[in-house]
Design a protein around this ligand. Structure first.
Ligand SMILES: [Zn+2]
Ligand SMILES: [Zn+2]
Length: 273
């Protein structure tokens, strides 16, 4: 693992409302984990957990300031890039495109953290915890797939963020997975591949490695090669979490590259076999 060019392309700092970590702390943790390149991807959400609209103009100032302060002073020559995780950009793709016109921006994760406006717009985390029966969970996944199909047709993303996201929070006793939506997921992946875009493998701080197997195998079967790896660490102890297991799975599934980004364009770094 030390030989390859290891990158963590999804983590948060105190520029995200759900993290108190400083960028310096995250960089230090990454260095200790053997990571060579990092991309900081703080949240820009268009909805809050209750479904209220948030500003449709991204305030870049805090993210830019902390990134500029550290980028040339990273220990051990670690490469630090600036990204963003856009939440529910499907609500206003034109506004997203406008805010992404930032020359320093290397990478954009397109994520869906909330239900559609039609379904009430609540956070998927909140909605999943309010489920009282399996059908509630199925409805959340159905709505999620509708939005994913919309998202893949917009411009404001480079990789689709944690595509298994609702599975993180749905009650495990329902035994839900994405198989009933497999054909639709395949179409989403085809659309990403056709655009030269990709998906991420998101270990969710080490919690979701196994849940990725079938989804990644499908993406790989469809010719998917553009792939980033991220821990989604909101605190330093989860930086690069479960990367050895994730890399083993990627190798097993036949992935040959991990991507890093320069100005929204992927560069392919060879995976150790
Ligand atoms: Zn996310
Ligand atoms: Zn995240």
């Amino acid at each position: 693992m030390t030989a390859m060019y290891l990158s963590d392309y999804h983590f948060h700092t105190r520029c995200s409302s759900d993290s108190t970590a400083t960028l310096a702390q995250q960089v230090q943790a990454a260095r200790e984990a053997g990571v060579r390149e990092l991309c900081v991807t703080d949240h820009w959400n268009l909805l809050d957990q209750q479904g209220n609209r948030l500003p449709t103009v991204c305030d870049w100032a805090p993210s830019l300031a902390q990134w500029r302060e550290l980028r040339d002073r990273c220990p051990g020559g670690l490469e630090l890039r600036l990204g963003v995780e856009v939440g529910n950009g499907v609500l206003d793709p034109a506004a997203v495109d406008a805010s992404l016109e930032l020359p320093e921006l290397d990478f954009v994760i397109g994520s869906l953290h909330s239900q559609s406006a039609a379904a009430g717009g609540r956070g998927i985390f909140t909605a999943a915890h309010a489920c009282t029966k399996k059908e509630d969970g199925t409805a959340i996944l159905d709505d999620y797939m509708d939005m994913l199909e919309e998202l893949v047709q917009t411009r404001g993303w480079d990789v689709l963020g944690h595509v298994i996201y609702p599975l993180r929070y749905l009650p495990p006793e329902y035994g839900l997975d994405l198989r009933p939506w497999w054909d639709r997921l395949a179409e989403v992946f085809r659309a990403a591949v056709d655009q030269g875009k990709g998906i991420e493998m998101n270990t969710s701080a080490g919690a979701t490695v196994d849940q990725w197997r079938e989804v990644l195998a499908l993406y790989r079967d469809l010719g998917g090669e553009v792939l980033t790896l991220g821990s989604d660490a909101h605190s330093p102890q989860f930086m690069a979490a479960a990367f050895p297991q994730a890399l083993a799975l990627l190798g097993e599934l036949g992935f040959r590259w991990l991507c890093v980004y320069r100005r929204r364009t992927p560069l392919f770094c060879k995976l150790d076999s």
